[in-house]
Design a protein around this ligand. Structure first.
Ligand code: ADP
Ligand code: MG
Length: 693
């Protein structure tokens, strides 16, 4: 372990470095740009680029890249060196302001949902000066947005930044009624990243994990998570070394990795950083995920970031802790007496209104083939969106709706009953782990996003819909003679209209979906069910109103998501059929032949084969037939689905035909796994993968 203060931020061109390295005047203009979102001119960019290059070369960098987030969900980079050969044979190392602020990747191979025909392959990357440049593997990485020749967003970052502008604008409007004029209003995010670590040797033998990120086969292990011993349990030495190296590397990149612990499932872990401004937090999360994948092999491990690597075992999520702050002050801080805190109530109500009004869109923002295995399975929140407020705030909301008074329960002291233990104050809200969208003291925790996802979509939606609710409020009270009574009246009306979204109970219970249906809440179970919400007229209207996405951009993104889903399931289907035929059937047939030979040998020698042997052979034969037929049916379904041109119908076919056909094959293979001798089984099983030593 290195000394934190020596390494922290060492590889980032952050505010501190800028202050040190830039001429005072340049620094001033640049920080104005960063703090207030002002555009940057080329003259300033030239000075910044020069300083950045000098700094990067001192740190050993040889190349630079515009680092961006195409719609594939992962990050992209193309490295250019600083080398600039001169006519006299000398070589200069150069990096201009233009190269800093704008790039021109040939972008024809990135998904655009039909936005950019291949003959218009040109795309531009543009520097996002609000997220610091950093060095990764001898490359100076410049966080950028990625747009088409005609100006449409081709990435995840551009609309996110637009949504941050929108919510900032509307929040400032609202704050002005309270007499506040903050310089900067921004949303903050702290993403808790869950992941699995398994042995490289096991991984190498599992083609399903390699090709699809999840196991497509595998019988339930004898031991699961029922002993609840893994959560917060002592960390394996090699995992600990991994976490240490990861922390070191993250800290060098200014990424405030903070909490690390074992998660509920065997071999599952979590990392939570300290929250940051949304775009920086998301850049940091993407880098964190990349580093996790890169560093795990140093300990002979592989990091799995899929939402559901193992059937029947908890999946991985990425809790999106979200709040909004004005000049650093958290606007979702209720204070001791929330009922009297009108400003807090306005922001709280805006979130509740937004989440209810746009529940489908929010659900859509986290829909993916991987996350479908998680939402609604028993460890993750269901696909129904609801808001948890906790007792205290629910009391406040009731009082507002019913125009009654509310008395805060105040600080409740807890006595722990042993004199050596300190007395402390109880939190005003208990944790409700089952809620998909929970108020947790001074922020909301959106728990639906999957571990693998780029959080930009979820936050872009969240920011936009809350901006809309804030603007509804501002419109309603604008020009009112008595602001306070107009505001209270708005809260009453809005909370009454949207109280159906508030649910403090157990979201995992069997009664909840029934109750939710009664309340008229959406339950969009699969990705093809959820994605059409993107292009619903009210979604397009809200994106257009706040200039986050144009109709064309929304439609293209919808197409990309549908296509992505179908491609993922297609790969899974093909992998299932291939493995069934080439890994599992040969192994099961070989073992069954051994059993058959044993029977024949015994009977040939005049002895009786046992009932057990005959039974086993019959069971194995049934599995072989089921797998063979299952693979045939699966291949037919894949072929049929692939023929469907309409992208929604295509995705639906993958969901309702191909996935169930895959399950049939898997069920038969998993059954056989329990019958076939260990030495014959071609891959490591769940028992071995999850409980390695
Ligand atoms: P838990 O696992 O109990 O949900 P953690 O402490 O692991 O809690 O994670 C809480 C996350 O919420 C951290 O990343 C923390 O920085 C973040 N967080 C705290 N306050 C805010 C805020 N105002 N805005 C956004 N995120 C926040
Ligand atoms: Mg959490």
């Amino acid at each position: 372990m290195s000394n934190i203060s020596d390494i922290y931020g060492a590889l980032v061109f952050n505010d501190h470095v800028m202050q040190e390295r830039l001429p005072k005047a340049t620094y001033k203009v640049l920080s104005k740009t960063v703090k207030e979102g002002k555009p940057l001119n080329l003259e300033i960019a030239n000075v910044v680029a020069h300083a950045m290059k000098e700094w990067a070369i001192e740190k050993g960098a040889t190349h630079y890249t515009h680092w961006f987030q195409p719609l594939t969900g992962i990050t992209s980079e193309k490295h250019d060196s600083f080398i600039n050969p001169q006519a006299d044979g000398n070589t200069l190392l150069s990096f201009s302001g233009k190269e800093l602020i704008q790039g021109e990747p040939d972008a024809s191979s990135f998904p655009s949902g039909g936005l950019r025909a291949t003959f218009e392959a040109r795309g531009y990357t543009a520097w996002d000066p609000t997220s610091y440049a950093f060095i990764k593997d001898e490359v100076l990485c410049i966080p950028t947005a990625f747009i088409s020749y005609t100006g449409e967003a081709l990435d995840k970052k551009t609309p996110l930044l637009r949504s941050m502008d929108a919510i900032s604008r509307e929040a400032k409007r609202v704050l002005s009624f309270f007499g506040d004029e903050p310089k900067q209003v921004s949303t903050t995010v702290g993403p808790e990243q869950e992941y699995f670590l398994i042995k490289e040797d096991d991984y190498a033998q599992r083609l399903d994990l390699i090709l699809t990120g999840r196991t497509l086969f595998g019988a339930t292990p004898c031991k699961g998570q029922e002993l609840e011993e893994h959560y917060f349990g002592a960390i394996r030495p090699n995992v600990n070394r991994f976490m240490q190296e990861l922390d070191d590397e993250l800290w060098k990149l200014d990424i405030p990795a903070n909490t690390k612990h074992n998660e509920v499932a065997p071999s599952q872990h979590e990392l939570a950083p300290i929250f940051q401004t949304t775009n920086a937090a998301i850049d940091a999360n993407l880098l964190t995920m990349e580093l996790m994948r890169k560093l795990a092999p140093h300990q002979g491990l592989v990091c799995l970031q899929h939402e559901k690597p193992f059937e029947g075992i908890n999946g991985s999520g990425k809790h999106n802790n979200w709040s909004i702050s004005a000049d650093g002050a958290n606007l979702l801080e209720p204070g001791k007496t929330p009922f009297e805190n009108l400003q807090f109530l306005v922001f709280l109500t805006a979130v509740i209104e937004a989440v209810d009004e746009f529940q489908g869109l929010l659900r859509m923002s986290v829909a993916s083939a991987g996350n479908d295995h998680r939402l609604g399975a028993n460890e993750a929140p269901p696909a129904i969106i609801s808001v948890y407020l906790g007792e205290e705030l629910e009391g406040v909301v009731h009082a507002i709706i019913n125009s009654t008074e509310h008395k805060s329960s105040g600080d409740i002291k807890m006595e722990l009953g042993a004199s050596v233990l300190p007395t402390f104050t109880k939190d005003n809200a208990d944790r409700n782990r089952t809620s998909p969208f929970a108020f947790t003291g001074n922020k909301f925790e959106f728990r639906m996003p999957g571990s693998e996802v780029n959080l930009s979509d979820a936050n872009m939606v969240l920011n936009t819909i809350v901006a809309k609710a804030l603007s509804n409020f501002a419109d309603a009270v604008e020009g009112a003679e008595d602001f306070e009574s107009a505001a209270r009246a708005y809260l009453k009306q809005s909370l009454s209209a949207h109280q159906r979204i508030i649910f403090n109970g157990d979201n995992y219970s069997e009664e909840w979906p029934v109750e939710a249906a009664r309340r008229g809440l959406l339950n969009l179970k699969s990705t093809p069910d959820a994605l059409p919400q993107y292009v619903a007229p009210e979604s397009i209207a809200v994106f257009e109103q706040f200039k986050v996405l144009s109709k064309v951009e929304v439609e293209s993104r919808y197409e990309v998501k549908l296509e992505h889903y179908s491609k993922k399931v297609n790969i899974e289907g093909l992998t299932t059929a291939r493995l069934a035929r080439r890994h599992y059937l040969p192994a099961i047939i070989e073992f069954s032949t051994t059993v058959a030979s044993a029977i024949a040998a015994k009977e040939g020698a005049g002895a009786q084969a046992t009932k057990a042997e005959k039974d086993l052979l019959a069971k194995l034969t049934a599995c072989i037939d089921a797998i063979y037929t299952g693979a045939e049916v699966l291949e037919e379904e894949i072929a049929k689905a692939a023929q469907i041109e309409d992208s929604l119908a295509n995705a639906q076919a993958y969901c309702t035909k191909v996935l169930p056909a895959m399950v049939n094959v898997r069920t038969a293979v998993d059954e056989a796994e329990l019958l076939v001798g260990d030495d014959y089984w071609p891959v490591p099983t769940y028992n071995e993968i999850l409980f390695y030593t």
